[in-house]
Design a binder for this molecule. Structure first.
Ligand code: TMP
Ligand code: ASP
Length: 238
C-alpha cells in the first residue's frame, strides 16, 4: 500500500509490515505537494524514538523496531479511519473555525475527532455522527480517548524537558492481528506542532510541518532540530 508520506510492505511474517517513510510532503489534502530530501529519514527516526518512549510508559503502539534509516517494522494493523487530534494550545483549524484566540492555553486539552477520508476532506465529527459511522465500538472509543490523553501527558512533559512546546498532534489507531487496539501511523513533525519554548516570534518558533504549510522555509532544519534534541536527550540518559 502506498500513502502520501509512507509506503507499507508485506513481510514474511503475516503479523508484521515494513513501513517506509518517504520524502514527500503534502498539505491541505494534498493540494500542496513537494519533496523534501531527508524528511523520510528524520520522521522515521523521530517516530521510532517517540514510539519507544510511549511503549516504555505502557502505551500500546504498532512499533516493533527500526529496520534501517527510513524503514521500520510494525504490527500489521487494520487502521480505524479516524484522526484523533489533541490540542494544548489553540492554533490551526481551531482558530480558523472558532473565535478562540491563537495561543490560548487549552486546559483541559481539547480532543477533536475527524473522519479520515481525503475525498471528503477529513471532516470533523460529532459523537453522534461517529456512532452512526460504526467504525469502532464504544469500548474502543473509550480506549482511544484514554490512550490519547495519556500520550499527550507523556509527550508534553517529555518535550517540555527539551524546551519544546507540544502545541497539538494527531494520532491514528488500528487493531493488530491479535485484535489489540494500538497507536499506529507516525508521530513526527508531520503530524505534531512543536514551538521552541525559548523563541517568542510566532513564525520563528515553529519547528514542524507548519513551516511547509505556511511557506516559511527551513522545513528540514526544523525537523533536524527536533531529532537533535531527542538524540541529545537519549545520550544524556545512557
Ligand atoms: P489542524 O489545526 O489543522 O486541525 O491540525 C491539528 C493537528 O493535526 C496538527 O498537529 C497537525 C495535525 N494534522 C495531521 O496530522 N494531518 C492532517 O491532515 C491535518 C489537517 C492535521
Ligand atoms: N496531511 C494532510 C495532507 O496531505 C494535511 C496536512 O497535514 O496539513 O493533505
Amino acid at each position: 500500500y502506498e500513502g502520501k508520506a509512507k509506503r507499507i510492505f508485506a513481510c514474511e511474517n503475516p503479523d508484521r509490515v515494513l513501513i517506509e517513510f518517504k520524502n514527500n510532503a503534502t498539505a491541505f489534502n494534498a493540494k500542496k505537494r513537494s519533496e523534501i530530501k531527508g524528511k523520510g529519514r528524520l520522521n522515521c527516526k523521530i517516530s521510532a524514538s517517540l514510539f519507544e518512549l510511549l511503549e516504555l510508559n505502557g502505551i500500546p503502539t504498532h512499533f516493533i523496531e527500526l529496520h534501517s534509516e527510513t524503514f521500520m517494522f510494525a504490527d500489521k494493523v487494520n487502521v480505524i479511519p479516524l484522526e484523533v487530534v489533541i490540542r494544548n494550545i489553540a492554533t490551526g483549524s481551531l482558530c480558523r473555525e472558532t473565535p478562540i484566540n491563537q495561543g490560548e492555553i487549552l486546559n483541559p486539552p481539547l480532543l477533536d475527532l475527524y473522519y479520515k477520508d481525503d475525498q471528503l476532506g477529513d471532516p470533523i465529527l460529532t459523537e453522534e455522527r461517529l456512532k452512526l459511522l460504526d467504525i469502532l465500538t464504544d469500548m474502543q472509543l473509550e480506549e482511544v480517548y484514554k490512550i490519547t490523553r495519556s500520550v499527550n501527558k507523556i509527550l508534553k512533559e517529555y518535550f517540555e524537558s527539551l524546551d519544546l512546546l507540544l502545541v497539538d498532534f494527531k494520532l491514528e489507531f488500528g487493531t493488530n492481528t491479535s485484535g489489540k487496539l494500538v497507536v499506529a501511523d507516525e508521530i513526527s513533525p508531520d503530524n505534531c506542532r512543536f514551538w521552541d519554548k525559548k523563541i517568542s516570534d510566532p513564525k520563528e518558533r515553529i519547528l514542524d510541518k507548519d513551516r511547509f504549510r505556511q511557506d516559511l522555509g527551513g522545513v528540514l532544519n526544523a525537523y533536524e532540530e527536533i531529532l537533535k534534541r531527542i538524540e541529545k536527550d537519549s545520550s544524556n540518559a545512557t
